[in-house]
Design a protein around this ligand. Structure first.
Ligand code: T1G
Length: 654
């Protein structure tokens, strides 16, 4: 088998090229190839060595598919020692995303250059891991402890410009990377540039209390996760110990993370997220329709957030509202959101201005005559949605994709309101739509393959994580939320309080407990949905009597200042004995004797409710695979990534 690593002498420079598509991951063959090339070059005519990669990116990390299997030599830390020990200067030339073990490889080299579009980072923490090949020891030596803690604990990549400022790379080159890197390497040789080993540097002075501050901050931000805390331990070791000792601590903690259920869960999600974008039976080369302009029906919270998602990806948007007042209101919400993103440093002022400029409004449907996709985002009235789709059928040109943002309505029924059901699909965004990553794509009975393929590709362009669902009441996420919600009501009647249920779930890792979620969504939403259902479909009255009573008392949730909790002036939930009294009254009406419930029982019953419904969804083929359900719950419902999603948890942990 040909090695994925090639070595050529170009003048005085030994050029080592990695070719391991799609992302030049550090598979065993790549590690072996690099090792052999570096070793051979020590005794040939080369005066300096250059490592670069073909394809879309420099090495994007260790090969995650090898994790959990018996490790094969050469081990990455040993390979990087070999690179750093080279007697001849080694230069790494970066493009695309130099991540994880890929960036660690570059840090073991003596010099680093990059094209300006390159990004570098150590995202291991997103896999429940820590850098395992010297990253926690070399980054602090080059950029300082605080910068290292930020880079490694966030896992977020930085630009080449930021890396240059931090001293993590030495030069940004223009034009063709290969040629520019050869030219720079030749100059370094001509200038007699020495080998420079970052492992021999010491970490610049550290602010007192830095590590305790990070432990506390990460303890809040990544509750219950082990990797972030181990990162702090390793960077602290870089300050207090020689390189070899610090690296040994890193290795020990890396192996602990690798074997942890948390990392196994997060690695499962890494691949599940990528699998979710693939649809059985949908050919990879399915023709896609061009989407150069989008229309949004409804300028409310969802409509505004959806409009921003497209504008932020450079796609012009026309937002339709029923009146000028409503339109102004919708556009001003968007202005506030952009101002907020700039204030939080998520977006530069210039970027906010140029994105906002892509959003226009109208009260006239004919303004949609030239768009390629329309997304309806009005409130959940099935007749109103059908009326809108019938209108769109009249004004939109042939080939336009007609999408509904409904959270649970029958997409097939909506499609039948048009003469082109094959062009109709569900695109269920999550609030706030310009932030939440999940996009549930609902494939209708008649939805055409090219419509589905187009929307799947588009999801990636607007930086969403797509999951495909079949048509059923509530699709994947909201359908599972119903039994979860019902179970929370039974737990209240049997003896728990709203704050006990929510605290148990939050301590277990959920971003928010069920009662707070319902208060945030608005209890009236569920109430109205129930009004449209028959008693049979509503199910056991024990599971909705309390929320019905709260709504009828005007306690609609956070938006009305009270629901299962009362909310203070800072929108913080405050337990309310009046709610407990209502729960006790309803319990006695149903003859339920209330008792002590343990947090374990609360968690077990709520998660089981999710999993049981998940299994039905799989049996019915509404979801293609269990991993899809996990991606929905982690990206859309605040399920802890460190537990891998409800189905992974049930199959691997519970
Ligand atoms: N190993 C194996 N396969 C990988 C991979 C990796 N590191 N990265 C991507 N792939 C596959 C992916 O499954 C998909 O396959 C295809 O490549 C394209 O990926 C010791 C231990 C690089 C930013 O965490 O973040 O190094 O589905 O669809 O959107 O310290 O992939 O086509 O069959 O995501 O353009 C650290 C992980 C590893 C980076 C490209 N590195 N990758 O994004 O394409 S841990 C990472 C990414 C480590 C060391 C430690 C992204 C990307 P398929 P894609 P993309």
């Amino acid at each position: 088998m040909t090695s994925p690593v090639d070595y050529q002498l170009e003048g005085d420079i030994g050029v080592i090229t990695v070719r391991n598509p799609p992302v030049n991951a550090l598979s065993q063959a790549v590690r072996q190839g690099l090792h052999d090339a570096i070793t051979a070059a020590q005794v040939d005519a080369s005066k300096a060595l250059l490592i670069l990669c073909e394809g879309r990116t420099f090495i994007a990390g260790a090969d995650i598919t090898e994790f959990g299997k018996a490790p094969l030599e050469p081990y990455l830390p040993d390979l990087l020692d070999t690179i750093e020990a080279s007697a001849k200067p080694v230069i790494a030339a970066l493009h695309g995303t130099a991540l994880g073990g890929g960036f660690e490889t570059a840090l073991a080299a003596h010099y680093r250059c990059a094209v300006s579009s390159a990004r570098v980072g150590l995202p291991e923490v997103k896999l429940g891991l820590i850098p395992g090949a010297g990253g926690t020891q070399r980054v602090p030596r080059l950029a300082g402890a605080a910068a290292a803690l930020d880079l490694i604990s966030s896992g977020a990549p930085i630009t080449a410009g930021e890396a240059l400022q931090l001293g993590l790379i030495d030069k940004i080159v223009d034009g063709d990377l290969h040629d520019a890197a050869i030219a720079w390497a030749t100059k370094l040789v001509a200038d007699g540039a020495p080998v420079r080993r970052s492992s021999e540097l010491s970490v610049p002075d550290v602010e007192p209390g830095l590590f305790d501050e990070y432990r506390a901050r990460l303890g809040k931000r990544a509750r219950g996760q082990i990797a972030p805390q181990h990162i702090v331990t390793c960077v602290e070791a870089a300050v207090n110990s020689p390189f070899a000792e610090g690296r040994a601590i890193e290795r020990e903690l890396f192996i602990e993370c690798m074997q942890s259920p948390q990392s196994i869960a997060m690695r499962h999600l890494f691949f599940a997220e990528r699998e979710a974008a693939k649809v059985d039976g949908l050919a990879k080369d399915t023709q896609r329709r061009p989407i150069d302009a989008v229309g949004i029906i409804g300028g409310g919270t969802m409509g505004g957030g959806i409009a921003m998602s497209f504008a932020n990806a450079g796609i012009p948007v026309t937002m339709i509202e029923i009146s000028d007042e409503a339109l102004d209101r919708g556009l001003s919400i968007i202005d506030e959101n952009y101002a907020g993103s700039v204030k939080r440093g998520k977006l530069s002022k210039d970027a906010a201005v140029s994105c906002r400029a892509l959003i226009t409004g109208s009260t006239d449907y004919t303004a949609l005559a030239d768009v390629d996709l329309v997304i309806e985002a009005v409130f959940e009235d099935p007749d109103l949605k059908k009326k809108i789709f019938a209108q769109l059928d009249e004004v939109c040109k042939p080939g336009v994709i007609l999408a509904t943002n409904t959270s649970y309505q029958d997409v097939d029924q909506i499609a039948l309101a048009t003469g082109r059901p094959e062009d109709v699909i569900g695109m269920h965004f999550f609030s706030p739509a310009h932030i939440m990553k999940l996009l549930e794509i609902v494939r209708g009975e008649k939805t055409a393959d090219d419509v589905l393929a187009t929307v799947l590709r588009l999801a990636k362009k607007i930086r969403k994580v797509p999951v495909v669902s079949g048509v059923c009441y509530g699709f994947i996420g909201n359908r599972m939320l119903r039994p979860y919600g019902k179970q929370s009501q039974l737990l209240l009647l049997e003896g728990a309080t709203p704050e006990q249920v929510d605290k148990a779930m939050q301590d277990w890792g959920m971003a928010m407990g069920p009662l707070r979620v319902f208060d945030l969504a608005g209890l009236d939403v569920g109430y109205k949905a129930r009004q449209a259902l028959s008693d049979d479909m509503k199910g056991d009255p024990k599971t909705y009597r309390v929320p019905d009573m709260l709504v009828e008392m005007g306690r609609l949730g956070q938006k009305s200042g009270a629901g299962f909790y009362t909310y203070d002036e800072n929108r913080r939930p405050v337990p309310d004995t009046a709610v407990v009294e209502i729960i006790e009254q309803v319990a006695s009406e149903f003859g339920i004797e209330r008792r002590e419930l343990s947090d374990e029982e609360i968690v077990e019953r709520l998660i089981s409710a999710l999993v049981d419904e998940g299994r039905k969804i799989l049996d019915e083929g509404i979801a293609q695979r269990a991993g899809d359900i996990d991606v929905v719950y982690v990206y859309g419902y605040g399920f802890p990534a460190a537990r891998g999603g409800p189905m992974h948890y049930a199959d691997n942990v519970a």
